[in-house]
Design a binder for this molecule. Structure first.
Ligand code: ADP
Ligand code: MG
Length: 313
């Protein structure tokens, strides 16, 4: 035991012969906002459903605040707020009444619910709608109520499964803003969120746990995945498919470490992230008159993600 808020040890879930979670080991650091990132079918939802005791594991342990949820789910889930799939709330209730109802279910006292409600409504930006019925709300608004009920009773862990999935762009942006505020304003809160959308994880999280086929591929701070060894890779697109000769001309430039064709683009690696060398590369390439139509920095995180998925295929 490490004292971290979530510790998953050799967690396994089999559906018949199919292994959805394959002896997963993952520790979620205290006060982190960790993105569980992986393609569809990676095992994210299955893992989070085991953590929140919606389904049982085949084997392994999952500790929440030091208590194994596979052994004592009730104690383990005290202090844990969850949103797994958009929950169905009673459509005739208002947000205020919904919180009173859910708070009662988790054993909170009336006064405690009452004193928390205003603050939570504020946090999820639903103050204006507090006395309207949920049945009239958009999916994004209901998702914000779901986040609100997860915040009842002052949890130190929040577990969210694809919280923006199925929302329109505005609904997505609102949930992300609520989550960002939560991350910035809370002192003792660990958030785990699954997503298959890299830019979303990049925007919100400070750590990423990449998973695929039910196993952990890599887990680190976001910064650790970008600009490895101070090498910058620029992606150059031409108005045609680049040829071997194009690549050779670029790699002949003295300061270029490596040039290669990747798909329709030429990837050019240069040492250092200095702006001067970058503009020199652009100018040199422009003077070659190869028909450049775009010149942009490679997204190192995206590259890592694609590499990891490719390797684990
Ligand atoms: P993710 O959330 O990362 O998209 P899931 O955890 O939902 O992935 O699913 C992981 C794998 O387990 C998928 O291949 C899925 O088809 C399979 N799976 C999930 N639930 C069941 C089930 N109840 N019965 C059989 N297979 C399932
Ligand atoms: Mg899922």
């Amino acid at each position: 035991m490490t004292g971290d808020p979530i510790e998953i040890v050799n967690l396994r879930k089999e559906y018949g012969k199919f292994v959805a979670v394959n002896d997963l080991n993952l520790t979620i650091k205290k006060n982190s906002f960790t993105g569980l990132l992986g393609p569809n079918g990676a095992g994210k939802s299955t893992t989070l459903k085991i953590l929140t005791h919606l389904i049982n594991a085949t084997s392994g342990q999952a500790y929440l605040n030091g208590i194994d949820v596979t052994v004592d789910p009730k104690s383990a889930l005290t202090g844990v707020g969850t949103v797994i799939e958009t929950p169905e709330f009673y459509p005739y209730l208002t947000p205020r009444e919904t919180f009173r109802y859910v708070g009662g279910l988790i054993g909170m006292r009336r006064e405690a619910i009452k004193s928390e409600t205003d603050e939570i409504l504020e946090k999820v930006k639903m103050t204006q709608w507090q006395d309207k019925r949920l049945g009239t709300f958009s999916k994004g608004m209901r998702q914000r109520i779901a986040l609100g009920q997860a915040l009842l009773n002052d949890p130190n862990i929040i577990i969210l499964d694809e919280p923006t999935s199925g929302l329109d762009p505005r609904g997505m942006a609102e949930i992300r803003e609520v989550l960002k505020n939560l991350r910035n304003d809370s002192r003792n809160l660990t958030i785990v969120m699954s997503s298959h959308i890299l830019p979303e994880v990049e925007d919100l999280c400070d750590r990423i746990a990449f998973i695929n086929h039910g196993t952990l591929l890599k887990d680190n701070e976001i910064g650790a995945f970008t600009n490895v060894d101070g090498i910058l890779t620029m992606m150059i697109k031409l108005n045609r498919v680049p040829t071997e000769a194009d690549v050779n001309r670029v790699s002949a430039l003295g300061y270029v470490i490596r040039a290669e064709r990747i798909g329709e683009e030429i990837a050019v690696s240069i040492k250092g992230t200095d702006m001067r060398i970058r503009s020199r590369l652009l100018e040199d390439i422009a003077s070659m008159r190869m028909g450049v139509i775009s010149f942009k920095e490679q997204d190192a995180l995206e590259e890592t993600y694609l590499d990891l998925i490719k390797e684990s295929r």
